[in-house]
Design a protein around this ligand. Structure first.
Ligand code: ATR
Length: 276
């Protein structure tokens, strides 16, 4: 029997995919758990995407993560969808079942909530008012997570208002991008889900003057780890949670779904992931 036949295999599918930190995370866990495994970068063109997914079973994959630009394409391509993936409209993790059935799940909402829960174990989401900046794919997962936790109200603002409007529902009110500062005054949580503030992107310009000092501020951007938003919030006394944990916890849920073991998110892992 070849050595590779009993290897646990997974990977991340994207185009391009070389930027992905997922191999560092999953290969750290393979080592930590003493599992003989392999997690690869899988660069797949749009033309190859469907055929590639259908080849996962015969190639011995337990599953794959899906990253930009394929989270919605994967949603269409899989055979089964979890309730959460249906709510979010995107798949970030595929489980290859016995016989080759592809099950699509989304662990981003879990990652977002678990990151805050672990950083601030006493934090209560129920009944809170949340201001969410951005209405892209990440925002959908963040909002699904917040609604599941029982927040009372979400104020959603986006540069392109129509995208936010498409996500409106009884607990989600759309606020004009130009009026976002006014809406901060009764926020218990402020979340940035836009790309603004990320290395190589434009800065996020927002005046926090109206934000209550006891509000929690969190950013899904983790490069830099402390974004200007978090730095400013911390400087004025708000509690802050950085975005790296969201990446790590969404990965942990995938690893568990494929290999049956919930890996730990440790400081050592955070350090490893932050090493260039
Ligand atoms: P993701 O899946 O990471 O959320 P996305 O779907 O491309 O990525 O969403 C990116 C988010 O960043 C959107 O909310 C986007 O706003 P638009 O819908 O108006 O594009 C936001 N964003 C990107 N560049 C921006 C900018 N210069 N100013 C304000 N918002 C911006």
């Amino acid at each position: 029997m070849s050595d590779s036949s009993n290897k646990k295999k997974a990977g991340v599918v994207g185009y391009p995919v070389s930027h992905s930190l997922s191999p560092k995370i999953h290969n750290f866990w393979f080592e930590q758990q003493g599992i003989k495994g392999e997690y690869d970068l899988l660069e797949v063109t749009p033309q190859e995407f469907d055929v590639f997914l259908r080849s996962l079973h015969k190639n011995g994959f337990a599953g794959v993560n899906i990253t930009v630009p394929y989270k919605e394409k994967a949603f269409e391509a899989v055979d089964e969808l979890s309730e959460e993936a249906k709510k979010i409209g995107a798949v970030n993790t595929i489980i290859v079942k016995d016989g080759g059935t592809l099950a699509g799940i989304n662990t981003d909402a879990f990652g977002f909530i678990e990151n805050i829960r672990t950083a601030l174990p006493e934090f209560v989401f129920k009944g809170k008012t949340v201001m969410v900046l951005g209405a892209g794919g990440a925002s959908k997962a963040v909002i699904a997570g917040l609604l599941k936790e029982g927040v009372a109200c979400i104020k959603l603002t986006n540069r392109t208002r129509e995208r936010a409007e498409a996500m409106s529902e009884p607990k989600v009110q759309v606020v004009d991008w130009d009026k976002k500062e006014d809406a901060l005054k009764d926020a218990d949580i402020l979340v940035n889900t836009t790309v603004l503030g990320m290395d190589g992107q434009k800065p996020l310009i927002i005046n926090l003057e109206n934000l209550p000092k006891n509000a929690l501020v969190t950013d899904i951007v983790y490069k830099p780890l402390e974004t200007c938003l978090l730095k400013e919030a911390r400087g004025r006394g708000n509690q802050t949670v950085d975005g790296l944990g969201m990446l790590l916890y969404q990965a942990a849920a995938g690893f568990e779904a494929w290999f049956g073991v919930r890996p730990q998110v440790t400081e050592q892992l955070r350090m490893r992931v932050l090493q260039v």
